[in-house]
Design a protein around this ligand. Structure first.
Ligand code: AMP
Length: 426
């Protein structure tokens, strides 16, 4: 399989932005050489105090695209430290919130920008204690923040900037009303940035219209396309045993250093993990039922390469940020196109090349078709020598077309006979 990255032309340098030296030092410390396209587009707009609606796939560097302007805002508008947050960053899941907070801490390393993170999975009392300390930036998940506001543990009266990350996912998870209520609790004007993998559909346009004021729209990828450095491929499988054999082959290939295998359901994820372990492949399962501590422990092991394969469900894998994931494998095809984009966004992050592999049985052909329609592209079908499937997509399409042909109407005569029979019966 060819693994040449598609190159993206990057023109600007970070020095060309109106960023303070302390931020440029932090950028250098992170070894970011040049802005990614989303950073190049969104940072100047946010520094200009514009509301921004940005469509960017995961892994494109979108977090720094809003964290840098947020930090610059605090440097430009210094105020006495207080326990009331001035900048609010909302994320749909705990993992993503932690990931954002980490970027805030790293890029804010050389400035005085105290930050806190508030998510579910932790004792409310402990978090309320934390809220007595100075805080300029609050990273939070909507549900937990709403609870803290309800408890009067935090006020949103001093918010001057709001960032909403992965807004499409937030809406999918039903968090829209909570987010709207939180924003309604902000009395003053605020600058807002809304980031989303996709800008089309799922009510995102209405959500953005409610929240943003004459936003500048930044659309990095055409709607519904994947991040550029990801190679996508389909392998056809006859049945479960065949799928497992393909998976085994892919994971044992020398090119596979670290992989996420996606399953649609928890039970399937557990089953696949157990099977992989029985094949002596270092694997662990991550699903939504684990406690936050266990999830973080599993994620850390994976990040440190102590475990090669993470078998995950969608909710559990959200927000994982690992530079070294070489492969994302869809053991089950996701039901929707945006989920597919989120999944494959786990690989090919920053300037690396990643591979997204779809294992497709006959019954997965419908979801595959839906995803291809969403992406507006056909995914290439390839074969692993010795593991080719006994069917092709063309054959299946022909079969389906035959089935669809309308049946010939029964001759009128027979119909009459049937009626007579009925009358006789009654
Ligand atoms: P994100 O899309 O924000 O999740 O970022 C994906 C990955 O890209 C993270 O690991 C970042 O540390 C990394 N990253 C962000 N900006 C840059 C940059 N300008 N150059 C290189 N890597 C970057």
């Amino acid at each position: 399989m060819c693994q040449q990255p598609l190159t993206t032309e990057i023109r600007m340098t970070f020095e060309e932005f109106d960023l303070d030296d302390v931020l440029l030092s932090a950028i250098r410390k992170q070894r970011y050489n040049k802005p990614t396209p989303i950073q190049e587009a969104a940072i100047p707009l946010m520094l200009d105090r514009k509301d921004v609606l940005a469509g960017a796939a995961t892994g494109t560097g979108k977090t720094a695209a809003f964290v840098l302007p947020a930090l610059q805002y605090l440097l430009d508008e210094p105020k006495y430290a207080s326990r009331h947050p001035r900048i609010l960053m909302l994320a749909p899941t705990r993992e993503l919130a932690f990931q954002i907070h980490k970027v805030v801490q790293k890029l804010g390393h050389f400035c005085d920008a105290p930050s806190v993170i508030m998510t579910g999975g932790f004792k409310l009392g402990t978090q309320i204690d934390v809220l007595t300390r100075a805080c300029d930036i609050m990273v939070a998940t909507p549900g937990r923040l709403a609870k803290l506001v309800e408890e009067d543990a935090v006020t949103l009266s001093y918010i001057e900037m709001v960032i909403i990350d992965e807004a499409d996912r937030m809406l999918d998870m039903g968090q829209g009303p909570v987010v709207r209520a939180l924003l309604d609790a902000i009395p003053g004007e605020f600058q807002a940035g809304l980031f989303s993998a996709t800008l089309a559909g799922t009510g995102i346009e209405k959500f953005a219209a409610d929240i943003l004021d004459e936003p500048e729209i930044v659309q990095m990828d055409a709607p519904n396309t994947k991040s550029e450095q990801i190679q996508q491929v389909v392998y056809l499988a006859d049945d479960k045993a065949h799928k497992n054999a393909l998976l085994d082959n892919i994971l044992k290939d020398a090119s596979c250093e670290s992989a996420i295998v996606f399953c649609n359901k928890k039970d399937k994820a557990i089953e696949v993990t157990e099977w992989l372990q029985s094949q002596n492949i270092s694997a662990q399962v991550l699903h939504g039922d684990f406690s936050q501590a266990t999830r973080l422990d599993k994620i850390n092991k994976f990040k440190k390469n102590k475990i090669k394969v993470m078998v995950a469900t969608d909710v559990a894998a959200r927000g994982l940020d690992m530079l070294k994931i070489t492969h994302v494998i869809n053991y089950d095809m996701p039901f929707r196109g945006d989920m597919y984009i989120h999944r494959i966004g786990r690989t090919g992050r920053a300037q690396q090349v990643g591979i997204a592999i779809n294992l497709v049985e006959r019954h997965d052909l419908k979801p595959l078709e839906r995803i291809e329609y969403h992406l507006q592209q056909k995914l290439p079908v390839e074969k692993i020598p010795g593991l080719a499937a006994s069917f092709t997509i063309k054959q299946m399409e022909k079969k389906a077309a035959k089935k669809k042909k309308p049946k010939k109407k029964a001759p009128k005569k027979e119909k009459k006979n049937k009626k007579v029979k009925k009358i006789k019966k009654s």
